[in-house]
Every structure is written in C-alpha cells, then in structure tokens.
Design a protein around this ligand. Sequence first.
Ligand code: ADP
Ligand code: ZN
Length: 204
Amino acid sequence: MSDTYFTSTGGWIEVICGVMFSGKSEELIRRVRRAIIARKRVQVFKSHLDERYAGLYSVSSHDGRTVEAIPIDSSAAIAGRVDPTAHVIAIDEAQFLDQGIVGLATSLAARGRRVILAGTDTDFRGEPFGPMPQLMAVAELVDKLHAICVICGSPASRNQRLIEGKPARYDSPTIMVGASDSYQARCRHCHSCPRADEDQGKLL
Ligand code: ADP
Ligand code: ZN
C-alpha cells in the first residue's frame, strides 16, 4: 500500500476506500502503527465508534505510547479536538461524516498535517457515499481495496444489503424499524438492488 508518500514542505491527504470487509481499518491501523514507529504524534478519530471496535483502535508503540480512537460524529467535533501538536490525523468511517470534512482535511494538510481517511466509497445501491467522492478528488493518494465476493469469490466492490435475508430495494429506507438488515461484500455482477423500473422490464 502506498503509505510511503512524503513531502518535506507540507502535509497531504491519503484516502483508503473500498467495500466493507476490504481491510480499510486494518490498513489505517497499519499506517498509524508505522507513523508511531517513526515517532510521529498521531491522533485517530472514528465516527460511529462502538464497543466492539474500541480495543482494536488501541494502537501501541514499542516504547509504550498508546493511541486510542476518539469517537466523533461530525467534522466540527474533529476540528474541536484536533491536537495542534499532532503530525498525523487518521479518521475511520469517513463516509458517515458531513461535507465539512473535505474543507477540514484540506486545511489540516495545508497546515502541514498528514491526513489519512478511511471509508466505504459506495452505499448499498452502489452509489457514491457521503463526502467520499470529494475526499478522493482532493487526496494526493487513493487506495481502493477489495474484499472477496461471498457468492463467486471474485474481488468484491459492492456492499450488498440484505433485509430479512433478501436484497434491499433501491428505495428502501436507511433504517428499517423492526427489520433485521445485514451486509455482505459482493462483486458488481453478484450485487443486487432491485429498482421499481426493473420490475416493469424497463432498461435504465
Ligand atoms: P473494513 O474496514 O474495510 O470493513 P476490516 O479491516 O474491518 O475491513 O476487516 C477486514 C477483514 O475482514 C479481513 O482481513 C478478513 O479477515 C475479514 N473478512 C470478512 N469477510 C470478508 C470478505 N468477504 N472478504 C474479505 N475479507 C473478509
Ligand atoms: Zn460475485
């Protein structure tokens, strides 16, 4: 992975994107660990941090320094908690953040920070997710990771949403009260998200 970019004159932006289970968090943590080994001061933020992941984001260096992820749910919350002495700012689950993250990442990079953002670039419909397209555009480095399609074993580039075990329809609400929804990694060809037009046999 391309985490060797370096400019002696200023900061830059790196984006790690891809479907769920493609290893974005693993890659973010790997870069954070290497930055700590390089004796950089690192801050990690994660939107939608839940208990399951809290331990995972406890990244320790050999000399005993530990970095914990700070839970945040907006770009303003990150701006309010940025440590002015940090060299590296890493942000996971960036797709859930507001568009303000684009300006914040840009201004942090302009002020000499290395900014690493990880996030799912497409939603369950296969369409661009939140601020990810803009972040990918302004970044110096973009790595698009793939998972393994659970149906055919090809590289997976789509998040398959299932509601009660069936493919979620294109217009299904983001939150289904009382229904169980789950996600799988799938390739383009095994991904399914039926639209009303398709029911009538029309091509899009
Ligand atoms: P992401 O942050 O992209 O959701 P993670 O770094 O949390 O991904 O998890 C990646 C890990 O998920 C892989 O190392 C692998 O062990 C596991 N995994 C589970 N399902 C799959 C899949 N369908 N394809 C690839 N890896 C998978
Ligand atoms: Zn497939």
